[in-house]
Every structure is written in structure tokens, then in C-alpha cells.
Design a binder for this molecule. Structure first.
Ligand code: GLN
Length: 280
């Protein structure tokens, strides 16, 4: 059987099992160690038996168990960088890449390539902090998380990607008392505790990273209301949030920073997803 036949066969099984067809391709790329374009060129070749065993075993797991494909491959891609992921960290979401994009644009607009100190709160896998370090040459980055296990993953990711980030354990600002920043970024846990979450997420991703109190606003309140002690003069705070919380977060922001400019953006799906509080 050629790669093409395997893709077709297992793709059909995925559709039948109501799973992501894309996952089959991810497993094929992972086990064949090929980049997308290489697989495309060699799609009519017949794979080695060693590949076949591993590929089929993981496809079987993916199709029959409730497991994210990223936990089978042990990694995910964020902004083109490869990150290790496991049960201790949130799997990076595509929206979060957009949070980083907006942050980069705003950095250019406001700081114009000047040196900046950035704080990423609730860093998880470290995807935001590490990507910002890679993309903003003159940045010094601090990243906090309450989970020691998550920070172990983040530190390994930083090492693999040669990114110099200061990872500190503790809740929100606790580990950075007495420090001031130019930019604060966070994709905090924002699902209300009582909300329904599909089993694939609920059974595989850390609840610490998912749930943000009764209304999902707990961390926004804490981050915004305490921000003043941790901010320099010209600053911005950038958040990812639930699609139905844009207004609530804007209100919290204007209460704490009445003179701030608030910019809000939708994600690729057209949902209100990002809020920036700019003190310029
Ligand atoms: N900052 C990490 C991410 O965006 C983790 C976020 C979280 O755990 N809520 O993926």
C-alpha cells in the first residue's frame, strides 16, 4: 500500500468515526519524519514496514480512544515552531497564534523595535512566551505558571527552541513582585466551571488550564486590577478570551484604566476573541 492509499483508507475511517481526518495526515508526517511537501512528492511510494507498524498503531488509538492526536505525537506546532505537549499543558490553539500576531503588530506600532520587558501569565507549554522571544529580538521575557509540571514542559520547549525566557512558578503576579513590564500577555483559563466541555478536552487537558472560576472572568479581574503595580509608563496588556466576554472585559479594563485605549479583535472564525488595553 502506498502512502496515498493509507491516507485515503484511514481518512475514511476517521470520517466514519467522526474524528478529524487531518489527524491521520499528522500521524503520517510524524512517523515518516517527512515535512508536508516531502510527503506530497513521495505520496506514491510504498512505506517501510517499521513506519507502517507505528502509523497503524497510532491511527488505531486515535480512532478508538478519546485521545488528542498531539498526545500521540507528543508535540504540536505553534507559529511554525515545534512544541512538546503532554497532559500537563494546554494544547496550543490556533486562536492563540492570532493573539501573538496582534501582539507583534502592536509592539511594532507602539515600541517601534525598542527593547521591551514582557510578562506572559499562565504560560503553560510556553508557546506565547517562547514565540515572542523568537520574534521580538530586543525582548526580555518572564513567564509564570502555577503548575510546576507545566513549567517543566515550557522549559524544555525553550531549550529546544533556544529561547531565553525566565520561567517562574506561582499564581499570576506572585513570582514577579517588584518587577515592572512594558507588555503583559495572557491566555488565562477562561471556561466557566459549570460549562460543558467535550470529553476529548475534559479527559485529556489540565483543568487548571481550562477553568476560570464561576463566570470565567476570575483571571482577567485579577490580572487587570493588579496590573498597575507591574506596569511601566507606556504599556499594553493583551488577552485572549471567550467569545462572549469581550464587553465584560472591556468594562473591567476601563474601570481600572479609564484613559486607556481598548482595541478588540475577532478571531479567524469571526468570534470576539482578543482585547488589548493600551496605555500610550
Ligand atoms: N499560554 C498557554 C497557551 O496559550 C496556556 C494557556 C492556558 O493554560 N490557559 O496555550
Amino acid at each position: 500500500m502506498r502512502y496515498a492509499d493509507l491516507l485515503r483508507e484511514y481518512g475514511a475511517l476517521a470520517r466514519k468515526a467522526k474524528k478529524e481526518e487531518e489527524a491521520i495526515k499528522i500521524l503520517m508526517l510524524h512517523h515518516s519524519k517527512m515535512a508536508g511537501n516531502e510527503l506530497y512528492l513521495r505520496i506514491n511510494e510504498i512505506p517501510e514496514p517499521a513506519f507502517l507498524d507505528k502509523f497503524k498503531e497510532d491511527c488505531q488509538k486515535y480512532l478508538t480512544e478519546e485521545v488528542p492526536v498531539q498526545h500521540l505525537t507528543g508535540c504540536d506546532y505553534f507559529f511554525g515552531y515545534q512544541f512538546i505537549v503532554n497532559k500537563n499543558v494546554l494544547i496550543p490553539r490556533r486562536e492563540t497564534e492570532e493573539l501573538v500576531e496582534h501582539t507583534l503588530y502592536l509592539y511594532d506600532e507602539i515600541f517601534k523595535n525598542a527593547p521591551v520587558k514582557i510578562l506572559d501569565i499562565g504560560t503553560g507549554s510556553g508557546c506565547i512566551a517562547i514565540t515572542l522571544k523568537k520574534e521580538i529580538e530586543k525582548s526580555a521575557i518572564w513567564a509564570t505558571d502555577i503548575s510546576i509540571e507545566a513549567l517543566e514542559v515550557a522549559k524544555q520547549n525553550a531549550k529546544n527552541l533556544s529561547a531565553d525566557v525566565n520561567f517562574l512558578t506561582g499564581s499570576v503576579y506572585e513570582p514577579v513582585k517588584n518587577k515592572c513590564f512594558d507588555i503583559i500577555i495572557s491566555n488565562p483559563p477562561y471556561i466557566p466551571e459549570a460549562e460543558d466541555v467535550c470529553n476529548l478536552v475534559r479527559n485529556n487537558e489540565p483543568h487548571l488550564a481550562l477553568f476560570g472560576g464561576n463566570d470565567g472572568l476570575k483571571f482577567y479581574l485579577e490580572i487587570i486590577n493588579e496590573a498597575k503595580s507591574y506596569l511601566n509608563k507606556r504599556t499594553f496588556i493583551g488577552f485572549e478570551h471567550a467569545f462572549d466576554k469581550a464587553l465584560a472585559i472591556k468594562e473591567i479594563a476601563l474601570k481600572a484604566f479609564p484613559k486607556a485605549e481598548i482595541r478588540q479583535f475577532k478571531d479567524m472564525q469571526g468570534l470576539d476573541r482578543f482585547t488589548f488595553i493600551i496605555n500610550n
